[in-house]
Structures are given as C-alpha cells and as structure tokens.
Design a protein around this ligand. Structure first.
Ligand SMILES: Cc1cc2nc3c(=O)[nH]c(=O)nc-3n(C[C@H](O)[C@H](O)[C@H](O)COP(=O)(O)OP(=O)(O)OC[C@H]3O[C@@H](n4cnc5c(N)ncnc54)[C@H](O)[C@@H]3O)c2cc1C
Length: 366
C-alpha cells in the first residue's frame, strides 16, 4: 500500500480513472478470492482477517476495496446457496479475478425497500427472459458478471416469496446505461444496467429454486456490512493518522497545535472512535466466522464505524485548517469518501431499526 498505492491515489482520484494496473496486482495477491474456499481456488480467509485487510487498504484508499468487496458477495451467494455445478462453474474464475463482478439489487425506484423491485424474469422453456433496470451498481462497467435480483412472481404475497437471484454474465440483452458521477468513491465505476429481453439458461438461477432470492441476497449482507464497517474503520484511522502527523508539525502561538487543549480533545475523541469501531467490527467478524447469526453485531459495527469515518474525516479536516480543504492533501478525499459508508449495504437509519428489532427480540420481558 505504501509503495504502490499511496503515491498514486491523488492522481487517480482526481482524474476519476479506473486503476487497471492495480487490479492486476490485486489479482496476483489473490484478493478476488480472499473469502472463497481454497477448494475453489480462493484464499479461504476468515472474515476477521478479511476485515483487517479491508481496514488497512481503506486507511489509504477505500475505492479499491469496492473492486473486490461486492465481487466477493456475489461469490459468497454462489458458494453458500448455489448448486455444486454452479460452484465449479463460477468460483474458480471469480477467485482468480478472470471474471469480476458484483451485486445488482438496487433499482431506480427501490433501494432500501428491496422487495419493491420491478425487474422480472419470465420462464420460457429451459431459460428465463429478464427485463428491467438496475442502478448504482458498483463495477457495473468494468465487471462482467453480477448477482441479479429479480421477481419471478411479481404478484406473490408476501412479496419476497416471488424473488429470485441469478448469476448474470454480460451478453446480448445486458447493456450498461451510463456511468454515474459521484461526490467521492472515485475511480470505481458505479453504473446503471439495462436488461432488455436478456435470456439466461435456468441453470443460472442460484440454487436452481425460485422464490429464494430475497433470502439469498440479504444472506450476503452480513458479510457486506462487515465489509463496509471495515471501510469505515479504515477511513476513521486514516483521518486520525493524518491529523496526528499534522498536529505535531503545524505550529501556532509558538507551539505544535497538538499542545493546544482544543486539538487534544479532538484527537482523543477521534482515537477512541477509531478504536471502538475497530473492536466492534472484529467482534462482528468473529461471530460471522463462528457461523453465528450476527445481524445485530454486523449492524452495530456498520452503523458505528461509518459514523466514526464521517466524524473523524470532518474533525481531521478542521485540524488541518485551510490545508484540509486543499486538493493537495488526502483529507479532502477522505471527507468525500466517508458518507458512502453511511449509505451502502443498508442505510444507517435502517441499521438502527435492525439493531433495535434484534435487541428487543433478544431481551423479551421475563
Ligand atoms: C456509490 C454507491 C455504490 C452502490 N453500489 C451498489 C451496488 O453495487 N449494488 C446495489 O445493489 N446497490 C448499490 N448502491 C445502492 C445502495 O445500496 C442504495 O443507495 C441504498 O440501499 C439506499 O437506497 P436508496 O438510495 O434507494 O434510498 P431510499 O431507500 O430511497 O431511502 C431514502 C432515505 O429514506 C430512509 N428510509 C427508507 N426507508 C426507511 C424506513 N423504513 N425507515 C426509516 N428510514 C427509511 C433511508 O435511510 C434514506 O435516508 C450503491 C449506492 C452508492 C451511492
């Protein structure tokens, strides 16, 4: 990270250029197979190790974690819910990075309310014909294969019973609408994906059974939330690192600003937040690795770490004074990147609702 990434971040970020050269290095490191089992060619890392990798990378440049984060959620859905044939067909190629992709859930009219999606898949003999539009899909341009959430029975009640998840590679009928311009999280492509009479063999339906899609898509969200929490930790720690260095070199009124009490209070709060975010995230990842249901822990980690990222980025910018506002320093970029962690993999409003529901369930009146 220090040698290959840090010196190039500002150049890539300001040009919003996709880091093709880094992707080749990431392939060689095995990052595209980080959490895929070794039997399918992955590294088989536990979530706790994987979270530490994401934290470290994000403390330098969060965007590049997006290139393999949702890719690994696609792989996770196949490995956890797919048939043996699907695992053998897809996982080795995903692990090597030969096939790269992501997760296509969100639509123009449905984000948080996933059951409100409109994309349909109609059975036609041995295949399905898919129509609809997805939006905000990470890796939508550079990726070639996505976990695609659709309605196989648009009239089903409750709505989730009519939802199914497909492995959807790019071919005729699947086009990229447009690249979406963003505040931050530059260099990774977010795109609109358009499906017009896109035909998939029935063997691409994950688990080869209809009606499981909502469960399969949200089943990957625990790992997804640990991912986003780890990104938040990285930003919170990165912002703290820059602030710590700057506060010891910048002098006002004859002494380094870290000797002014107002700056010390900020540093103390930032350091505490970053540490708490790290511990919550590793706690959630350990629960995940033990095979426990961990939506409470993952929700707490995601909520706390993303808010810590936002607060630390803001405080670090204040400590940097005018230089924090300059494009020549990294802090301005962390400030633009941090808000995404409060939105992705379930907004923080929803996280708190999930935390409260689970909390009440676990603490019924005696
Ligand atoms: C950079 C970026 C990358 C993304 N990558 C992907 C991707 O790879 N794949 C993918 O499928 N999606 C992706 N998304 C989409 C993301 O998952 C959604 O934006 C997110 O789920 C929120 O949905 P929405 O934007 O439609 O907001 P809405 O659902 O419209 O919510 C709007 C506001 O209302 C609040 N709200 C909604 N419902 C409730 C409720 N019941 N109670 C309280 N508050 C509520 C929300 O918290 C939010 O504040 C990405 C988004 C961004 C910005």
């Amino acid at each position: 990270m220090d040698k290959e990434v840090a010196p190039r971040v500002l150049e890539y970020d300001h040009a919003d250029r996709y880091p093709h050269e880094l992707v080749e290095q990431m392939k060689a490191l095995g990052l595209f197979g980080a959490t895929i089992s070794q039997q399918y060619g992955g590294l088989g890392l536990p979530a706790a190790t994987y979270a530490r990798i994401v934290m470290h990378i994000s403390s330098v440049w969060m965007s590049i974690t997006g290139i393999f984060n949702s890719h690994l959620i696609l792989a996770h859905a196949i490995e956890r819910f797919g048939t043996e044939a699907q695992k053998h067909a897809w996982l080795p190629r995903l692990a090597s990075g030969e096939v790269r992709g992501g997760l296509a859930l969100t639509e123009p009219d449905a984000g948080t309310d996933l059951q409100g999606i409109r994309m349909t898949a109609r059975r036609d003999g041995d295949s399905y014909v898919i129509n609809g539009t997805k939006t905000w899909i990470s890796n939508g341009i550079e990726g070639s294969c996505f976990a695609l959430l659709v309605k196989t029975d648009p009239l089903a009640e409750p709505r989730h019973r009519g939802m199914s998840l497909f492995v959807a590679p790019k071919h005729a009928g699947f086009t990229v609408g447009k690249k979406l311009e963003k505040l931050g999280y530059k260099s990774i492509d977010s795109a609109e994906l358009i499906f017009e009479d896109y035909r998939l063999p029935a063997s691409h339906l994950i688990g080869e059974s209809e009606g499981q899609g909502f469960y399969q898509a949200t089943g990957g969200l625990e790992l997804g939330r640990i991912n986003v929490a780890a990104r938040g930790v990285g930003i919170a720690e990165g912002a703290l690192r820059y602030a710590t260095q700057y506060a010891q070199t910048r002098k006002t009124f004859g002494k380094p600003i870290c000797e002014h009490q107002a700056i010390q209070l900020k540093l103390a709060e930032m350091a505490t937040r970053a540490r708490a975010a790290r511990l919550l995230t590793l706690d959630a990842a350990s629960a995940f690795d033990r095979g426990e249901r961990c939506d409470l822990e993952a929700g707490m980690a995601k909520y706390f770490a993303s808010e810590a990222a936002l607060e630390n980025a803001t405080e670090s910018m204040r400590i940097h004074g005018a230089y924090g506002y300059s494009k020549e320093y990294h802090i301005e970029r962390l400030y633009r990147d941090a808000p995404l962690t409060c939105i992705g993999e379930g907004t923080n409003e929803m996280q708190r609702i999930i935390i409260a529901r689970q909390w009440i369930k676990q603490h019924p009146i005696a």
